[in-house]
Design a protein around this ligand. Structure first.
Ligand SMILES: [Zn+2]
Length: 396
């Protein structure tokens, strides 16, 4: 089995290039031009929104929706009314609108608002051909732009991208570029990663990424700024926390991808947990971001990244497979436990990570294919459960 897995990985063609979206900050000199252009983009969007809803209103039969192609045709000549944006931007807005409407399955989407207080964040899409290099600057719609870190764009092919604004009002150039990647071989064989709240990620080898509590770190300053009505400062603090979180996750995922050939993660769902009292910690942990980073970095380096079910990964003992571990909300306080069936001592998260690794196709053969596949004699299981309950009670 293991042999076959290894052969399959070698046979898979490795892509020589990959597409990465780079996000470069635009120098502040162009902000007012971009702001004006984004207002025109909003007008096009709202025009498409209204037209598409009107066209679909059925006089008889089922509604027929305008496609991106139809909207582009109908927008012909629209540039006469625009001072900043050109036909390519109008067409990008139309195609994007049709796609978003189809995905949202709604008759009408939210209007884009150009004025305070509920202004939509600025967005100016463009086609690859309309952005050109000119010396140190970039030319778009007859206007020169300068960006920070422009060396990321040197000698690289662009694809369709956009200028996007963040909550504070800074503009960024977001553009997918082709990059060369080289396959490498990691020293470590496989690793299982358990996602949690006490430490965001724990590996089966005992490495941890401690929860930074980034939201909490700025909570007091944030509360003060909000009390005093300093909205811009509050937004800056939110951005700071988000950047600290992204930085820690990037460092951890890079370390994992550099060290291990096979990476296995549990399929924990943050969408369910944000509805509980743990919501703030769940949102602060960034599980989704970590998963995405592991997946794309793994793909670029030629690693296998699997997502497996983490059912019973905390309860099952990684040595013998008996369901003797802590469970339920009350069991959350138990960080260390001893298996009642085989007597092995476990760290809660490391044990879960080992079970996740064992549940994948690259797990160690000695641990079995799945924690649940092992038959457990009813007597030993119930005895173990009782012993554990007694132990927890004695500890409390
Ligand atoms: Zn055991």
């Amino acid at each position: 089995m293991e042999e076959r897995v290894r052969i399959a990985q070698i046979d898979r063609p490795f892509p020589a290039t990959c597409t990465r979206t780079v996000r470069l900050k635009v120098r502040p000199g162009s902000a007012s031009w971009l702001r004006a252009a984004s207002i025109e983009v909003n007008q096009v969007w709202n025009w498409a929104n209204e037209l598409s809803a009107k066209a679909a209103r059925p006089y008889a039969g089922s509604p027929k929706w305008l496609s991106g192609f139809d909207l582009c045709n109908l927008s012909a000549g629209g540039t006469e009314f625009m001072d900043h944006i050109g036909a390519d931007t109008i067409q990008r807005v139309c195609t994007e609108y049709a796609l978003k409407r189809k995905v949202a399955k709604r008759a009408i989407l939210r209007w884009r608002v150009s004025r305070e207080p509920k202004r939509s964040l600025g967005w100016v899409p463009f086609k690859a051909a309309s952005l050109r290099r000119k010396g140190h600057a970039l030319r778009f719609c007859g206007k020169s732009f300068r960006v920070f870190d422009r060396e990321y764009l040197a000698d690289r092919k662009f694809r369709d991208g956009c200028f996007a604004q963040d909550a504070i009002g800074d503009w960024y150039l977001c553009i997918p570029v082709q990059m060369r990647v080289e396959s490498s071989v990691a020293l470590g064989e496989s690793v299982g990663i358990d996602l949690g709240l006490k430490s965001i990620a724990t590996t089966s080898n005992g490495d941890t990424l401690d929860a930074g509590r980034w939201t909490n770190a700025y909570a007091d300053t944030l509360a003060r700024a909000q009390r005093h009505g300093h909205r811009k400062q509050a937004k800056r603090l939110h951005r700071k926390a988000a950047r600290c979180r992204a930085d820690a996750l990037h460092k951890f995922s890079r370390k994992m991808v550099n060290q291990y050939q096979n990476i296995v993660i549990g399929d924990v769902s943050s969408l369910k947990l944000v509805k509980t009292r743990m919501a703030k910690s769940v949102l602060d942990s960034g599980w989704g971001m970590l998963k995405t980073q592991l997946q794309y970095k793994g793909q670029q380096a030629g690693r296998s990244v699997q997502v497996v079910s983490e059912r019973d990964s905390t309860r099952a003992c990684s040595s013998c497979g008996a369901l003797t571990g802590p469970k339920g909300l009350d069991g959350l306080v138990v960080r260390q436990w001893v298996c009642g069936a085989c007597g092995d001592a476990h760290d809660r998260d490391v044990n879960a990570a080992r079970n996740i690794l064992a549940g994948s196709r690259c797990g160690p053969p000695s641990a079995g294919t799945s924690p649940r596949s092992r038959p457990i004699a009813p007597s030993s299981a119930s005895r173990a459960r009782k012993a554990r309950t007694d132990r927890v009670r004695a500890a409390a």
